[in-house]
Design a protein around this ligand. Structure first.
Ligand code: PLP
Length: 425
């Protein structure tokens, strides 16, 4: 459920007309609904609230949407943060998320990032290899610290999602192989500066079937028993994120947080561990739209090209992994047509939809790419020297720019030109 709906024939975000934002800020612009973010955080927290030992940690996957205003809304909801870089740690701390509620994931943590994370007092490092355990041990020892660690275990389960967002198969780069987990824990337990405390798993994103998650958790349950039998103290189990959101209203909706929680309840029975969750897309996916204006409609052989002023640099998901976004006119006339929706970037991949039946639009009309709150603005770039996409947050009848549009002058000013580059060699 989200708070983007037609009122009086025009799409609103909560109580604000999208056209008002487009007129004031220009397009393209991301628009987030604070009420939707809060609602999703609460629905998820309520669903999993009584699972495991003690209060579970719901750590929002910052990579999904690291905007400071988004993180602040979630910090106020009591969320922790799942982070994958020093930059994400800094963002989480700046938003008021305490270090102990931060989980440091990520396959390539540098020694510098490890030191920063230790100084910030992050609650758990999810290690991805024995080599990483050794590196963290060295950094922790140099500081006289004990780093709380879990290993991210790769359960070799097919998540049944797009290959580029699938992370739990043995050929993926993530985690330690399941069969090597016992040896890895034995090695980590013997390293100074590490305090082994948990197990972590995350098999992929946009999962629309609970089966693969249940299969992965069953393997993790077996591993927890084996680890305890080997003498390890396992007090946390991090089940990752991955629950899908509805992108295409025609498809059956993904499992609800309640259905997910019921599955987790069964899968983790007897684990006697504090559970951790890392939802990203579920919290923010449907809480954002990308608002864009039609530049012009150009005739095409099979269907017209609707050229919008948002490009693949603003919303990379369709080009990156064939992602499908619902595309709606902000003020629909009621007429429909079949069109190709493309951006202005000089790449054929700058195509949002091909042969799509959608609201009929013409030059100057506003269009909304729905479900653009996750893995969207955060991946924006300045390719083709296009200014970085601004972001707006709405709450009730108020709205604010939460990321400014960086002008081209700022981009040019960031470049330095050495004197020798100005003269012919
Ligand atoms: N945790 C980890 C380790 C991830 O890599 C990801 C993203 O793939 C997430 C959590 C969040 O996943 P999602 O946004 O699908 O919930």
């Amino acid at each position: 459920m989200d708070h983007f709906e037609l009122r009086g024939g025009a799409m609103h975000a909560e109580d604000v007309a999208l056209a008002e934002i487009a007129d004031a800020v220009g397009t393209p612009v991301y628009v987030y609904s604070a009420a939707t973010i809060r609602r999703h955080a609460r629905v998820f927290a309520r669903a999993v609230g009584r699972l495991g030992m003690g209060a579970p940690l719901v750590a929002f996957a910052v990579k999904a949407n690291p905007n400071a205003a988004v993180l602040s809304v979630l910090a106020a909801e009591g969320c922790g943060a799942d982070v994958v870089s020093g930059g994400e740690i800094a963002r989480a701390l700046a938003a008021g998320i305490p270090g102990e509620r931060i989980i440091f994931s990520g396959v390539g943590k540098t020694a510098e990032e490890m030191g920063y994370a230790l100084d910030a007092g992050v609650g758990q490092f999810n290690l991805e290899s024995e080599e990483e355990a050794e590196a963290l041990s060295a950094v922790a020892c140099a500081r006289g610290a004990a780093a709380p660690v879990a290993f991210r275990v790769n359960p070799d389960v097919d998540a049944g999602t797009h290959a580029k967002i699938s992370t739990g198969k043995s050929e993926n780069k993530f985690g330690i192989p399941y069969d090597q987990a016992l040896a890895a824990y034995a090695r980590a337990a013997a390293l100074p500066g590490l305090a082994v405390r948990g197990v972590a798993v995350h098999i992929g994103s946009q999962l629309v079937d609970l089966g693969p998650l249940a299969a992965a958790f069953a393997r993790i349950g077996g591993l927890i028993a084996d680890l305890r039998a080997a003498g390890h103290t396992i007090v946390t189990a991090d089940l990752g994120g991955g629950l899908g959101v509805p992108y295409d209203p025609v498809l059956p909706p993904p499992p609800t947080p309640d259905a997910y929680a019921a599955m987790v309840d069964g899968a983790t029975a007897g684990w006697n561990a504090r559970l951790m969750f890392e939802p990203g897309r579920l919290i923010v996916g449907n809480a954002g739209v990308l608002l864009t204006r039609v530049v012009r409609v150009k005739p095409g052989v099979a269907a017209p090209f609707v050229i919008v002023d948002a490009g693949m640099n603003d919303l990379m998901r369709p080009a990156l992994y064939d992602a499908w976004h619902d595309i709606r006119a902000v003020t629909p006339s009621g007429e429909r047509f079949v069109a190709n929706i493309v951006g202005p970037v000089c790449e054929t991949g700058d195509t949002f939809a091909t042969g799509r039946t959608m609201d009929a639009v013409t030059g100057g009309d506003l269009v909304a790419f729905m479900t653009a709150g996750a893995y969207a603005a955060t991946m924006a770039s300045t390719y083709n020297s296009r200014p970085l996409t601004p972001e707006v947050m709405v709450s009730g009848s108020q709205w604010a720019i939460v990321r400014r549009r960086l002008p081209i002058e700022a981009l040019i000013a960031a470049d330095d030109v050495p004197e020798w580059a100005r003269t012919a060699a």
